[in-house]
Ligand binder design. Structure first.
Ligand code: FE2
Ligand code: FE2
Length: 303
C-alpha cells in the first residue's frame, strides 16, 4: 500500500541531436528525408539545453523519478542514442524511458535493438514475457509504472505507431495483476491512445484494440508524448474515465500556449493526483496554471 505521495516529472520528445561520427551512407534510406527535414526545421523548434534545465528543475523539485515518454532521438543514429544515454546519466534522479517512433526511425536501428541496448537500465522492471515490453516498475510503494512501446519502423512521412497483439495480451495480464495488488497503474505510451487525438499517418494504428484492453482492465493514469502539445483526454475504463495527459516537447522553443518546452510535475496519492505543467519563461521553468486535481473511483476489491 502507498503511504507517502510519489512525485515525478513527466517530459517527452526531447529529440536530442548528435550527428558526430555519422557517415554519409548512414543518412541514406529513410533518414535522407528525415535529415533534410531536420536541418531545415529542427533549429527553429528545439534547444537541447532545455533538457539540461528540465533535469536541474526536477532535481530541485526533489521528485522521486524523471519519466521520458519517447522520441529521445531524431533519426535513431548510434551517435544520438549515445548522446541521449549520456544525458540521462547526468542526473542523480532515477529515470524511466520508453521509445517513440523517432527511436525506431529506420528498420536497422529497430532490428538491432539500439534503443534497448542504450536505455535498458532506464527500463528496469518485471516482464511477463521474453519481450522488452511491457515492463512494470514496482519500485515505488503502491505504484506500478507500466512501460509500453508503440515504436515500429515506418515509411517516410509516416509517424504511426503500433502496440501489437502480443504486447496487448501481455499488457492485459500486467494491468490485471497490478490492480489485484491494489497499485496505482501509470501507463507510459508514446502515441496518444484516445480517439481523435492524432491525425492519420501520425496515429496509433491499433488504438481501438488498446482501448478495448483499457475498457476491460482499466488503469489509473496514462502519460504520452508525440503530439508536441499539452493534452488532456480520457479512455473509458471499468470504473470510469481513465485520465490521459500529453506534454509538449521538452526541448521545444515554440512560444505558442500549450506548445512551450517544459514538463509536468505529478504528485500521486493513493486516491488522488495533482498535475502541474511547467513551461519555459525565458530564464527558467514556471508553473503555467494552478495544479489540476484528479481522483480515481476504483473499486476496493481486487478485480
Ligand atoms: Fe516527437
Ligand atoms: Fe513521436
Amino acid at each position: 500500500m502507498q503511504t507517502e505521495p510519489v512525485r515525478f516529472v513527466h517530459c517527452s520528445d526531447i529529440h536530442l541531436l548528435d550527428l558526430s561520427g555519422t557517415w554519409p551512407h548512414e543518412l541514406f534510406n529513410k533518414r535522407i528525408t528525415g535529415a533534410a527535414n531536420l536541418v531545415m526545421k529542427r533549429r527553429r523548434y528545439h534547444d537541447d539545453t532545455r533538457f539540461e534545465a528540465i533535469k536541474r528543475a526536477a532535481e530541485s523539485l526533489k521528485v522521486d523519478r524523471l519519466v521520458v515518454t519517447g522520441d529521445l532521438t531524431n533519426l535513431s543514429l548510434p551517435s544520438e542514442f549515445r548522446n541521449a544515454a549520456r544525458a540521462l546519466h547526468e542526473t542523480s534522479l532515477p529515470v524511466t524511458v520508453i521509445p517513440g517512433n523517432h527511436d525506431a526511425y529506420v528498420r536497422s536501428a529497430y532490428k538491432k535493438g539500439l534503443f534497448e541496448a542504450h536505455f535498458g537500465e532506464f527500463m528496469e522492471g518485471e516482464r511477463p514475457t521474453e519481450a522488452a515490453y511491457p515492463f512494470v516498475d514496482r519500485s515505488h510503494d503502491g505504484i506500478a509504472l507500466i512501460g509500453v512501446s508503440t515504436a515500429v519502423p515506418t515509411p517516410p512521412m509516416d509517424a504511426t505507431g503500433e502496440v501489437g497483439a502480443a504486447q496487448l495480451s501481455a499488457l492485459e495480464v500486467v494491468l490485471t495483476e497490478c490492480a489485484a495488488e491494489g497499485r496505482t497503474r501509470v501507463v507510459l505510451i508514446h502515441h496518444p491512445p484516445a480517439e481523435g487525438a492524432s491525425k492519420p499517418k501520425h496515429d496509433l494504428l491499433d488504438r481501438a484494440a488498446f482501448a478495448a484492453v483499457v475498457a476491460r482492465c482499466g488503469a489509473e493514469l496514462m502519460l504520452h508524448g508525440h503530439e508536441h502539445k499539452d493534452m488532456h483526454t480520457t479512455l473509458a475504463g471499468p470504473d470510469g474515465e481513465v485520465p490521459i495527459f500529453g506534454v509538449p516537447s521538452g526541448t521545444s522553443i515554440d512560444e505558442r500556449p500549450g506548445r512551450e518546452g517544459g514538463f509536468a510535475l505529478f504528485e500521486l496519492g493513493a486516491r488522488t493526483f495533482h498535475r502541474t505543467r511547467y513551461a519555459w519563461r525565458g530564464d527558467g521553468f514556471s508553473p503555467v496554471q494552478a495544479p489540476l486535481e484528479g481522483s480515481w473511483a476504483r473499486s476496493d476489491s481486487p478485480r
